[in-house]
Design a protein around this ligand. Structure first.
Ligand code: NCD
Ligand code: ZN
Ligand code: ZN
Length: 448
């Protein structure tokens, strides 16, 4: 229907249409189907409308390429402070994120020293300013309950490690967990948990390869940790990190919890490789378990996917298996690997966008992750014809290795942050405009 014509009296001015800074035109998912759209972006970098727009103003037409919301990575380790810098830094890790289609990363507190109080948090925030290519939300990990209230005023979220892992030697005792969760629930911040119960680790286990590592930190440790968490107060914004089994997925779905799986547990098994590059916490699981997790993910039963980007230097990973650190890089390769699975017809684009873009942003209370008016114009442009094999030489990460050497990938052609391109033709063209963000609103209990 045409808009009603309004006659103007002399001297009366027509109301000004809202200003548009630019228009991005291409194909996008609308109600689950790819359709041509025009996205109007307003001068403060927010999406103004999705659909047809008026002509005029700068316009970029990406043709047959697909416009998606940029992703939020709920789980990265950028290794500052404490390094080592040949593993990662805030500048290198956030450029890697940008190249991988991610406009917001949530940075973990297991640094050296760890982020346990408000002063250390302020110190980390100062390291982000002027050095980060994308926005950063900072987790804190209080060890002294007295530090908690002050920390809650500046932290973006809390992280709780229930088992030893990089930088964490003494996790809380099992009997300390319930009181800690009650204290954390007094604040309205997201709380991510590394859920393994070390009482289930066989004491004499000596792992020499990923198969042995899976026995040393078995799936039973994950289910025991989930049992510990099932008594968490309802109002706690709990999110379980790096879930590895289909049984855990079923349980957390029944309980209505937010949780994530990682590309490593979706794509790699304990027989993908023998060396310490494949040593991660929780361990890679046997192929049948990996397959079941992938099926649950593909069916849309997993709310979030996150990289658990945990780089270590190549030299550290060349140590004998039992002495090498756990963790592998992934922030730059997560979406490229999964977009290639979409192209191969093994994963629906809609499922991927919800898990990588929409729900993680909601979980962290951020107005991004959907092509919706009012959301930040954090976007990516993907050309599904542009398949290429991954190669560590072409990745930005200083650690210089990837467990996915030669795997098929589709890297975003463009990435936009707040209405400005920061990646063009697959190259980083941005400036360090990333800021420290905190949740702007509290989502429902289960993230979407
Ligand atoms: C992580 C790291 O290296 O910081 N390692 C890992 O194997 N995932 C720590 C963690 O997430 O547990
Ligand atoms: Zn962890
Ligand atoms: Zn981690």
């Amino acid at each position: 229907m045409a808009p009603p014509v309004r006659r103007r009296r002399d001297g009366e001015t027509a109301p000004k249409p809202p200003e548009i800074a630019s228009v991005l035109a291409g194909r996008a998912l609308v109600r689950g189907r790819l359709q041509p759209v025009e996205i109007a972006i307003d001068p403060d970098g927010r999406i103004q409308s999705v659909g047809r727009t008026r002509p005029g103003g700068p316009r970029r037409d990406v043709g047959e390429a697909v416009i998606l919301p940029a992703a939020t990575d709920l789980h990265v380790h950028l290794r500052e402070p404490g390094g080592p810098t040949d593993a990662e830094t805030i500048p290198t890790g956030t450029v890697g994120a940008a190249l991988g289609g991610i406009a917001l990363v949530a940075e973990m507190p297991n640094t050296e020293p760890p982020v346990t109080d408000a002063d250390r948090l302020a110190e980390k925030a100062a390291r982000v300013r002027g050095r980060a290519a994308v926005d950063v939300l900072l987790y804190a990990s209080p060890t002294d309950p007295r530090a908690l209230d002050r920390l809650a005023r500046t932290a973006g979220g809390f992280k709780l490690f229930l088992a030893p892992t990089t930088g964490i030697e003494r996790p809380p005792l099992p009997e300390e967990v319930a009181p800690l969760l009650r204290r954390l629930a007094e604040h309205d911040l997201p709380v991510a948990v590394h859920a393994e119960d070390p009482r289930q680790f066989p004491p004499d286990a000596r792992a020499r390869d990923p198969v042995g590592w899976n026995s040393a930190r078995p799936p039973a440790a994950e289910s025991a940790a989930l049992a510990l968490l099932s008594g968490a107060p309802d109002r706690l914004r709990l999110h379980v990190a790096h879930v590895t089994t289909a049984a855990s997925v079923d349980r957390l779905r029944r309980e209505g919890r937010s949780f994530e799986v990682t590309p490593m547990h979706l794509l790699l098994s304990d027989r993908s490789g023998n060396d310490a590059q494949y040593k991660v916490n929780p361990p890679l699981r046997p192929e049948a378990e990996r397959h079941a997790l992938w099926d649950a993910f593909r069916r849309g039963e997993v709310p979030c996917v996150a990289s658990d980007h945990a780089p270590h230097s190549a030299a550290a990973k060349e140590l004998p298996f039992d002495r090498a650190p756990s963790g592998m890089p992934g922030v730059e390769t997560m979406l490229p690997l999964l977009l290639a699975r979409v192209r191969a017809g093994e994963l629906s684009l809609d499922v991927l966008v919800r898990a990588a873009c929409d729900r993680p942003a909601r979980w962290l209370g951020q107005p991004m992750g959907r092509l919706a008016p009012g959301h930040r114009a954090n976007l990516m442009v993907v050309d599904f014809r542009a398949r290429e094999p991954l190669s560590a030489r072409r990745l930005h990460a200083p650690c210089g290795w990837t467990a996915y050497e030669g795997w098929e990938a589709i890297r975003p052609r463009e990435v936009w942050k707040d209405g400005e391109p920061i990646v063009q033709d697959g190259q980083y063209v941005g400036r360090p405009s990333g800021t420290v963000v905190r949740p702007e609103y509290a989502p429902g209990r289960a993230a979407g």
